[in-house]
Design a protein around this ligand. Structure first.
Ligand SMILES: *[C@@H]1O[C@H](CO)[C@@H](O)[C@H](O)[C@H]1NC(C)=O
Ligand SMILES: *[C@@H]1O[C@H](CO)[C@@H](O)[C@H](O)[C@H]1NC(C)=O
Ligand SMILES: *[C@@H]1O[C@H](CO)[C@@H](O)[C@H](O)[C@H]1NC(C)=O
Ligand SMILES: *[C@@H]1O[C@H](CO)[C@@H](O)[C@H](O)[C@H]1NC(C)=O
Ligand SMILES: *[C@@H]1O[C@H](CO)[C@@H](O)[C@H](O)[C@H]1NC(C)=O
Ligand SMILES: *[C@@H]1O[C@H](CO)[C@@H](O)[C@H](O)[C@H]1NC(C)=O
Length: 229
């Protein structure tokens, strides 16, 4: 495989992608609610479910899944058909999410079996913060455990403070400086991104915060995502 990669990179990329799509096993996630309160976990792909304190959701994701996200929702209320609303992280009013959540919500992001068959993952505060979160690989081959446990909600700057969490400055102010919609040129760390980074150094604090915020494990690793580690 290594020789093919050196000689015909595009074809080998396609072959590798097909190979993992067809033969690699799914990645397993244990999503645990270690908070003292109920959290409604959400995952794309995956849906969502209520997790009482201490409960675990075992979720499989297909090999090769990219841009997956797992996040906590708080203070939700759903009817028997799975429709309702959450104070934070709400995904269009559905218990089983099929779209991203309404900020603020802490995010665990995964792209599985990517370049060199590595998994890329991160914790992101780009959408703001609602619940402390940890990602730990369930593997002796990879010890990249990352967590965001700083006191972000209580110390949140007044302009960003909302019920249930700390909002991100892009949602509040909408300006390119915070949203980075026009790319990296105008987008550097800000007072607000530093507030998040000081409290959660391993997490994305603004969209271009890649160098200190992206982690890898070998493809095929299983992960624990813990709310309130
Ligand atoms: C994940 O959850 C399953 C079922 O509850 C359990 O058997 C397994 O040990 C858990 N793995 C970890 C790493 O906690
Ligand atoms: C959200 O739920 C928590 C725990 O049940 C509760 O303490 C808190 O008051 C609720 N917040 C709001 C804004 O309803
Ligand atoms: C999400 O699911 C709902 C209910 O099944 C459906 O009406 C909606 O079209 C779906 N949205 C997306 C983006 O798939
Ligand atoms: C983590 O893993 C790396 C690479 O496998 C190794 O060099 C390092 O000693 C490990 N650290 C701990 C604390 O196990
Ligand atoms: C975590 O590792 C243990 C021991 O290798 C295994 O029993 C368990 O099933 C794993 N959990 C997941 C979610 O992969
Ligand atoms: C769950 O929270 C308790 C403190 O409430 C902590 O001691 C424990 O390590 C946490 N467990 C995990 C898996 O993070």
């Amino acid at each position: 495989m290594a020789i093919i990669i050196k000689t015909i990179p595009i074809f080998s990329f396609i072959l590798v992608t097909l190979f993992f799509a067809s033969t690699a096993r799914a990645a397993m996630f244990n999503i645990s609610n270690n908070c003292s309160y109920t959290v409604w976990a959400a995952a794309i792909p995956g849906g969502g479910r209520r997790l009482n304190s201490g409960e675990i959701w075992a979720l499989d994701m297909a090999a090769g899944t990219s841009k997956a996200r797992i996040w906590p929702r708080t203070n939700c209320s759903f009817d028997e058909s799975g429709r309702g609303t959450c104070l934070t992280g709400d995904c269009g009013g559905l218990l089983e999410c099929n779209q991203t959540g309404t900020p603020p919500n802490t995010l665990a992001e995964f792209s599985l079996n990517q370049y060199n068959n590595m998994d890329f993952f991160d914790i992101s505060l780009v959408d703001g913060f609602n619940v402390p979160l940890e990602i730990s690989p369930n593997s002796t081959a990879c010890n990249n455990t990352i967590r965001c446990t700083g006191d972000v909600a209580d110390q949140c700057p007044r302009e960003l403070k909302v019920a249930g969490g700390c909002q991100n400055p892009c949602t509040v102010f909408g300006s390119d400086q915070y949203c980075c919609t026009s790319g990296s040129r105008n987008c550097t760390a800000t007072t607000y991104s530093k507030f998040f980074k000081d409290r959660c150094p391993a997490a994305y604090s603004y969209p271009m915060d890649d160098p200190t915020s992206t982690f890898t494990c070998p493809g095929g690793t299983s992960y624990n995502v813990v709310f309130c580690p």
